[in-house]
Design a binder for this molecule. Structure first.
Ligand SMILES: NC(=O)c1ccc[n+]([C@@H]2O[C@H](COP(=O)([O-])OP(=O)(O)OC[C@H]3O[C@@H](n4cnc5c(N)ncnc54)[C@H](O)[C@@H]3O)[C@@H](O)[C@H]2O)c1
Length: 403
């Protein structure tokens, strides 16, 4: 059955979802219309999709004239709550991009909204759909590494994300929420546990400074020598596998307040513990995301994108006399997010056809993001241990999920 989606925020992700939904469903999902305030972004999105897409000025107009069957919110992080609240009378499926929003208060309001809302709401925690992550979970469910005991998750990236709205906590929520929401969510998905407490150390080692907040790479006199300038990334031929960033705001601006180097220790239920670290000031080829999980009967290493190639690998080491290694490779066919998109698109079609319920839920995202906010609180209070219950409002304790 043909279905039509409305897209709020037709930027990088919005345009990519539009094409991916169309391709992955073999044309069953098309775009009813978009709300996009920026002319250039709108035109760029139409060009990407190779067709003219109806554009509306407001969400109300999109609903009334476009009559979409489902809605996708892909506007900047700090606009997610306000855009979701405009959908109170829309009862079809909604997908909100991660993170839910940019503060613990706002994401709590998202959970409250969804609790009273009639209609399915899911979050684009796309990594749960990725075949490599599903296979890792299957190994754990089948007991291949025994009882899960501990984990070590790392994420390494360059400063590219500091060229846009993500460079301030107000705009992006900070990378413990904006980026780590994926990793913390996968950690909870694989361990099947509930977060209890966290302690974190944070620093800014590469970005930040006293440049003007309006400065862009194109206007900067130092662009030919700056190691973080957008142009020099292109000139040096560094391959970017994630979304292309059209913005080129300076990473050394005064307003930059998002730490680029953080490590936290996390306690989960069932006695499981581990670490999550991320950094965004020096590229580390082959190490975009590497996850290690230890169990009583073996261990598993998941490399999400191997060096020099866009493919993933799981190395499974069962605890046996021969110390064998099983290696599994995953091709992503140039699709971002480790080939998760096509599965996500087909699932959203199922939701629009009333055949399924959300697989990546708002409580799951809330749990991962509140863990991120608890870590940020720890870092700002001399790295003391912070229990999740210190920051989760009493009425939302049941929205922290896990076993
Ligand atoms: N699931 C993932 O792995 C993943 C990956 C990348 C981005 N994202 C998320 O997608 C969202 C968008 O990121 P992006 O990289 O596409 O950013 P972007 O800046 O490229 O796109 C956002 C678009 O929203 C528009 N916009 C601004 N204010 C708006 C408003 N109030 N209402 C409607 N539109 C508005 C902007 O003009 C812009 O075109 C973010 O929340 C981001 O975290 C998720």
């Amino acid at each position: 059955m043909k279905k039509r989606i409305g897209i709020i925020g037709f930027g990088e992700m919005g345009k990519r979802h539009a094409l991916e939904f169309y391709e992955a469903t073999m044309g069953a999902v098309t775009v009813a219309g978009v709300v996009e305030p920026n002319d250039e972004m709108y035109e760029n999105g139409c060009a990407w999709n190779n067709c003219d897409i109806p554009r509306y000025n407001t969400v109300a107009e999109l609903l009334e004239k476009g009559k979409p069957d489902g809605i996708i919110i892909t506007s900047p992080n700090f606009t997610h709550l306000s855009n979701l609240q405009l959908l109170n009378d829309f009862h079809g499926p909604i997908m909100v991009e991660k993170p839910l929003d940019t503060s613990a208060e706002k994401i709590s309001d998202i959970v409250r909204f969804v609790k009273q809302h009639e209609g399915p709401v899911m979050v684009d925690h796309c990594m749960r759909y990725s075949p490599i992550i599903r296979r890792a979970r299957e190994f754990i469910e089948k007991g291949r590494i025994g009882k899960v005991c501990s984990f070590q998750f790392t994420q390494r990236d360059s400063a590219g994300m500091y060229h846009n709205f993500r460079r301030t906590i107000k705009g992006g929520g900070s990378f413990m929420v904006e980026k780590a929401t994926h990793d913390l969510d996968v950690m909870l998905f694989l361990t099947d546990a509930k977060p209890e407490s966290v302690m974190m150390v944070s620093a800014m080692h590469g970005v930040g400074g006293n440049k003007s907040n309006d400065l862009t790479c194109s206007d900067c006199e130092e662009r030919s020598t700056c190691r973080y300038a957008k142009e020099s990334y292109v000139a040096r031929g560094l391959k970017v596998n994630d979304v292309a960033k059209l913005n080129e705001l300076c990473v050394f601006a005064e307003c930059v307040d998002v730490p680029d180097n953080e490590t936290c220790t996390i306690r989960l239920s069932n006695g499981i513990f581990g670490t999550y670290s991320h950094s965004y000031f020096v590229p580390a080829p082959g190490h975009s995301r590497v996850y290690e999980i230890l169990g009583t009967e073996g261990c598993m290493y998941i490399t999400l994108a191997k060096e020099g190639t866009y493919e993933g690998e799981i190395k499974l080491h069962p605890f046996n006399k021969e110390l064998t290694t099983e290696t599994y490779t995953f091709q992503y066919d140039s699709k971002i997010h480790y080939y998760a998109g096509p599965f996500l698109a087909r699932h959203f079609l199922d939701l629009m056809e009333g055949k399924d319920t959300p697989f990546t839920t708002v409580p799951q995202a809330y749990t991962a993001e509140m863990l991120g906010f608890a870590a940020m609180k720890s870092a700002s209070e001399e790295s003391r241990w912070v229990k999740l219950n210190e920051i989760v409002p009493e009425d939302l304790r049941d929205s922290i999920v896990g076993n």
